[in-house]
Ligand binder design. Structure first.
Ligand SMILES: [Ca+2]
Length: 279
């Protein structure tokens, strides 16, 4: 804690870790030098994926590369669907501690559009895996659109990669895709828990988009237990924090934050959709 009212962004993770049954701290532990332990054999072979990267879009040949440790016999790449069903197994060529293989564009294409898992198997056991987006082209860039939540294919892991959570001590926020929406397939469920004086927010990087010529930010909102509405926040109503000012020509981030008014802890959910700059 920095003060009674200010937390530290790492403290939530620490509290969760502290409260886990498997966590033992010094004052709860016996003298470790006197504990009887059973030695187990170290893994003699393992691998981790260098390619593809997590949530990579695969539209052509799929290059598969894994770094090998220990013995490097019997290495294969495996592709599974979201439910874990085996789609392809591709034998790997191992050389200089690298295992490589390629799944051709035609083979990739034959698997259709889906989120799949690429796995590297060593000696028949799973060693590493990453999710990939097969045959899903990136949506057209629209610099005025912050998010319509329709391009995550219903995958909360992909959504979670697009937003960073930032919360006060003891507060949580989990962004999730929701069927509550204004358009398309999904909206955002902003599920949060905040205590007295606390806050919780999520932030998306916008890579310096230019919103000059726009009058404000529009979004669809369905607040806690209330009716839905379309809201426009005019840029000239934004108030800078610590003397800052909004520069619509150079927008770096978009964030949704929530804080408490009063004494009570608030545990609730709000829904957002179609967040965009409007002219
Ligand atoms: Ca939507």
């Amino acid at each position: 804690m920095i003060s009674k009212n200010r937390g530290q962004e790492l403290s939530n993770g620490f509290i969760i870790f502290y409260n886990k049954d498997a966590s033992v701290f010094m004052n709860e532990s016996a003298d470790f030098t006197k504990i009887a332990v059973k030695k187990s054999v170290a893994k003699d072979a393992y691998a981790y994926l260098l390619a593809p990267s997590s949530y990579q879009r695969v539209l052509g040949d799929l290059q598969l590369v894994a770094k090998l440790g220990g013995r490097n016999d019997s290495v294969a790449f495996v592709i599974r669907d979201k439910a874990g069903k085996l789609l392809r197994e591709i034998p790997a060529v191992a050389e200089n501690n690298l295992a490589k293989a390629v799944l051709s564009k035609a083979e990739v294409s034959s698997l259709g559009a889906q989120i799949a898992s690429v796995e590297v198997m060593v000696g028949g056991g799973l060693s590493d895996k990453v999710p990939v987006l097969l045959n899903m082209a990136a949506p057209a860039e629209n610099p005025l659109l912050v998010d319509d939540f329709d391009n995550y294919y219903g995958d909360n892991g992909l959504l979670g990669g697009a937003y960073n959570a930032n919360t006060g001590s003891g507060c949580t926020v989990v962004p999730k895709l929701s069927g509550e929406k204004h358009g398309g397939t999904n909206g955002l469920a902003f599920q949060y828990s905040i205590n007295k004086g606390g806050y919780a927010g999520i932030v998306k990087s916008l890579k310096n988009v230019n919103w000059s010529g726009c009058r404000g930010l529009q979004f669809w909102l369905k607040p806690d237990g209330m009716g839905q509405k379309l809201i426009i926040l005019p840029f000239d109503s934004f108030k800078g924090k610590n003397g800052g000012r909004l520069e619509p020509a150079n927008i770096k981030h978009f964030g949704i934050y929530c804080n408490t008014v009063g004494e009570k802890t608030v545990d609730s959910v709000m829904y957002f959709d179609d967040i965009q700059a409007v002219k």
